[in-house]
Design a binder for this molecule. Structure first.
Ligand code: XMP
Length: 329
């Protein structure tokens, strides 16, 4: 019979056999549950011969790179390199307004940065006597991703480019290691708890690879990133305070780049709008907007307008998926 404890032991054994006692593995982490669980499993199996890489693309959530570093390094003992590439990403995003162009640029730049980092880490690992070369790439692919990439090879695969699924460097000549490929999301969470990963992280809402760049409609500038981040922090904070975080599948603040008139204090202002999005879903293929009560929305709206410079209105997105998508771009 199948138990989580047994799975962990067997998987660690399997990884050790596969990688051998000199082999090195590299893998990108995002701070999400899948990549963290996969990374922790590698750490348990081969210690510091697993090299985690977090690419700060400048469009992560507020303080996210710092928090992920704390959790993975201090908390979980994972050998992590954080690369701050935010300038490179933000420079490249200048003037880009089309959603698919944003996605492609971020996806491609991510691969470039990851490859450069992998080379550096490989050189260092090779220099130290005990280590062999890096020949493995860790991916946190889940069973539903495996199914989706098999069944969606048709035109639907190009509806949106999801760069976290099977999109990593093919010319790196690395062998894939995918310890979660037989698991569903709830099993990954179970496994995460079993491996001592903090509850907060285990229940984290999914976050797209292109980050808040696809939650800032139109051009992504450092100022727009600031506004979107600050509004998002308030929204998520209030959702957690109201005890709704787990009931909601995904929630975020998006920035609409249009201006409306408002009165703040006794001044007339002309500023942007924040759109709140919160959905309930089981499979992320269809989703319903979350029915907050009026008092909750009133509180969030008041806080965002008062606390976030540059915003004078807040709207709530009441579009289901379909026809809407969960993200706004
Ligand atoms: P949509 O917007 O397609 O989102 O309804 C469904 C789920 O996928 C996530 N998503 C992405 N994840 N790269 C990602 O890694 C992307 O480009 C991307 N686009 C959407 C979205 O956050 C939701 O969980």
């Amino acid at each position: 019979d199948w138990t989580m404890g047994k799975f962990v032991d067997q998987e660690i054994e399997r990884i050790r056999k596969l990688v051998g006692d000199k082999g090195q593995v590299i893998g990108a982490v995002s701070g999400g549950v899948d990549s963290t669980v996969a990374a922790k499993l590698m750490k348990e199996a081969i210690g510091d011969r697993f090299h985690a890489v977090l690419v700060d693309n400048g469009v992560l959530r507020q303080d996210e790179a710092k928090q992920v570093k704390e959790t993975l390094t201090a908390g979980l003992g994972i050998n992590l390199t954080v690369i701050d590439a935010s300038k490179r990403f933000l420079d490249g995003l200048k003037g880009v307004t089309e959603p698919e162009k944003k996605r492609k640029f971020i996806g491609n730049t991510f691969i470039e940065v990851f490859q450069e980092t992998a080379k550096q880490i490989a050189a260092e690992a090779h220099g130290s006597s005990a280590a062999g070369e890096i020949e493995w790439l860790l991916q946190g692919t889940l069973y539903p991703d495996v199914i989706e990439s098999i069944s969606f090879k048709g035109p639907s695969a190009t509806i949106k480019t999801h760069h976290n699924v099977g999109g990593l460097p093919k010319d790196m000549n690395l062998k894939l290691i995918e310890p979660l490929r037989e698991l569903f999301k709830d099993e990954v969470r179970e496994l995460g708890k079993n491996l001592g990963i903090p509850e907060d992280l285990v229940w984290r809402h999914p976050f797209p690879g292109p980050g808040i760049a696809i939650r800032i409609l139109g051009e992504v500038t450092p100022e727009q990133v600031r506004i979107a981040r600050e509004a998002d922090v308030i929204f998520i904070e209030e959702i957690k305070a109201a005890g709704l975080y787990r009931q909601i599948s995904q929630a975020f603040a998006a920035l609409l780049p249009v201006k409306a008139v408002g009165v703040m204090g006794d001044k007339r202002v002309h500023e942007q709008m924040i759109a709140l999005r919160a959905v309930e879903t089981t499979d992320f293929m269809t989703a319903d907007w979350f029915p907050f009560d009026g008092a909750f929305l009133k509180k969030v709206s008041r806080r965002i307008v008062n606390e976030v410079d540059g915003v004078c209105r807040v709207v709530y997105d009441i579009t289901s998926k379909p026809p809407g998508t969960i993200e706004m771009e």
